[in-house]
Design a binder for this molecule. Structure first.
Ligand code: HEM
Length: 152
């Protein structure tokens, strides 16, 4: 049996409004243009912030931005297939520590704020990305510098 509120809804509003679906997180981030700009903004801030800049001294910027945008699209129901490496492999060897990770989260917040993304979409995205921390951040001692066994 139809609930009274639903009956009222059919009586007052056109049905199209009843069946209209919520925008996906991808749409709330601005779609294709939005995720590309977010990827670009985060990388640019990463290059400029002294807490993270050293990690961005040797990398292919356009490829990385393309893959970050593709990953964002895939994670937020934009229909993309992410073609990059998994997070552990992609960041292996960069020796990323917790402060650099949190600085990057702040860069993302800044870019989302600049683009006028609402709090609910922002928090939803951050919740999706948070579990990646343990694949990206290196704990324990830094790897020992490579030594040449033939030296002296
Ligand atoms: C949740 C957080 C992060 C996400 C979702 C993320 C995502 C990605 C993705 C999708 C790629 C491309 C993977 C590929 O090349 O196949 C990438 C590469 C890269 N990321 Fe991240 N990343 C995160 C955090 C960080 C942090 C904290 C740093 C440094 C402060 C960083 C620095 C880099 C660099 C330098 C590359 C290029 C690596 C290379 O090509 O050698 N990322 N990231």
């Amino acid at each position: 049996m139809l609930k009274p509120a639903l009956l009222l809804c059919f009586a007052i509003w056109p049905c199209s409004q009843v069946v209209m679906s919520e925008p996906t997180l991808y749409e709330r981030l601005g779609g294709e243009e939005g995720v590309a700009a977010i990827a670009h903004g985060v990388v640019e801030q990463g290059k400029r912030d002294p807490k993270t800049a050293k990690h961005f001294d040797k990398f292919n910027q356009s490829r990385t931005e393309k893959l970050i945008a593709q990953q964002l699209c895939s994670l937020t129901h934009g229909g993309c297939v992410y073609e990059g490496e998994n997070m552990r492999v992609a960041h292996a060897g960069l020796n990323i520590r917790e402060p650099a990770f949190y600085a990057t989260v702040q860069h993302l917040r800044n870019v989302l704020d600049e683009r006028g993304v609402g709090d609910s979409a922002k928090n939803q995205l951050l919740r999706i990305l948070a579990p990646m921390k343990r694949q990206i951040v290196q704990t324990g001692a830094a790897p020992a510098p490579a030594t040449n066994p033939k030296a002296d």
